[in-house]
Design a protein around this ligand. Structure first.
Ligand code: ZN
Length: 358
């Protein structure tokens, strides 16, 4: 299922909206419209103006999250890291990067760039508000609110815990004094402690938001630790050493029904499609599922296979395979030399290698 849509490109980076984002946007607008006092527009009359201001606040809030992410991306690009996309989620934005630099100096700058943008926008808006505050116009209230939210974004993102930017800043700082993996473990440990404290605080104060955020931080810290460990283990391991060489491939002309038989027989979930020695695509169980049972006799593999392939070379690093699999959510990658397939590497191959090397 497609869970996000692309709305455009900025600095050559595709900007995407996740489905959770489209759901939360009206909720935010509703909250702003029905909150009285300084954090909403409930006191504004007439209602049309109240709704326009509330909707604008919700949209601007997410635009500011996008600017925050662009701050990270700008610095990353300057240091040669390719940004695949920026996706806006329920809780903010995520930049998908090809290669997160393992250089503490660059990581430090990159992590600070996002909060830096938030701080800059926040201060600018609050200064504008301060100059005109005698007006007491509802539009000026919007300026104040968006400025304030940016300062909250700045502070929240600098909490010293993964997956927040502050966690990365902390790791980069620690990595200047110890090995990268030790720094990751230490930063993750601090993040978890922070999450537990926050959780306890949330339980005492019966604040579901605190508990939710604590949970989110705890998981983020554990995941960062695990994924750094795995990618460090895989570094220096070549694809050719872990790939499967004897690969069952299928012809693009066979029917889906025949493919299902092959799947049963060979018990793999995905197969490269090869015609006369040249690689045409890949077909997986997910593609089969899209074809209703009664039509499987008439539909050919060439109609459902994925033609735009992510492929690797034998000499590539195994950690790159892991990055591609995680980022694109795919289970296997074909290894090729020009147009000839030489093997396939799957998640299972990677896990096996990690277990053996650990
Ligand atoms: Zn950030």
């Amino acid at each position: 299922m497609k869970t996000s849509i692309q709305i455009g490109k900025i600095m050559d980076i595709p900007i995407k909206l996740h489905i959770t984002f489209l759901l939360i946007l009206p909720v935010f607008a509703w909250m702003f419209a029905n909150t009285a006092g300084i954090f909403g527009f409930n006191d504004v009359k007439p209602d049309t103006l109240r709704y326009i201001l509330s909707t604008s606040a919700a949209i601007l809030l997410f635009a500011c999250v996008l600017f925050h992410e662009l701050g990270h991306s700008y610095v990353a690009k300057k240091h040669g890291t390719n940004i695949q996309s920026i996706t806006l989620f329920l809780f903010g934005g995520v930049s998908a990067m090809e290669e997160i630099p393992r250089n503490p100096r660059i990581e430090f700058r990159m992590a600070l760039a996002g909060p830096g943008v938030s701080l800059l926008i926040g201060l600018t808006l609050l200064i504008i508000w301060w100059f005109f505050k005698a007006d007491e116009s509802p539009y000026l209230h919007l300026v104040w609110l968006v400025g304030y939210i940016n300062l909250v974004l700045f502070v929240f993102n600098l909490l010293p815990a993964f997956p927040m930017d502050g966690g990365r800043v902390l790791r980069a700082w620690l990595a200047g004094q110890m090995s990268y993996i030790k720094a990751t473990r230490a930063a993750a440990g601090i993040g978890k402690m922070f999450a537990i404290l926050m959780g306890v605080f949330g339980l005492i104060g019966l604040s579901p938001w605190f508990i939710l955020i604590a949970f989110f931080i705890y998981i983020g810290a554990s995941e960062e630790e695990k994924s750094t460990e795995v990618s460090l283990i895989l570094e220096g391991v070549k694809i050719k050493d872990i790939m499967s060489k004897e690969v069952k491939s299928v012809n693009s002309g066979i029917s889906i029904e025949e493919l299902v038989d092959i799947m049963f027989k060979f018990k793999h979930m995905g197969y490269p499609v090869v015609d006369e020695g040249s690689l045409k695509g890949i077909v997986t169980f997910t593609d089969v599922q899209k074809v209703p049972k009664e039509e499987r006799k008439n539909v050919k593999v060439s109609n459902v296979m994925t033609k735009e392939l992510v492929t690797l070379k034998e000499e590539d690093d195994a950690s790159i395979a892991l990055k591609h699999m995680t980022m694109k959510n795919i289970g296997r990658i074909i290894v090729r030399d020009d147009n000839k397939m030489t093997g396939i590497v799957s998640r299972t191959d990677l896990l096996r290698a990690v277990e053996l090397l650990e």
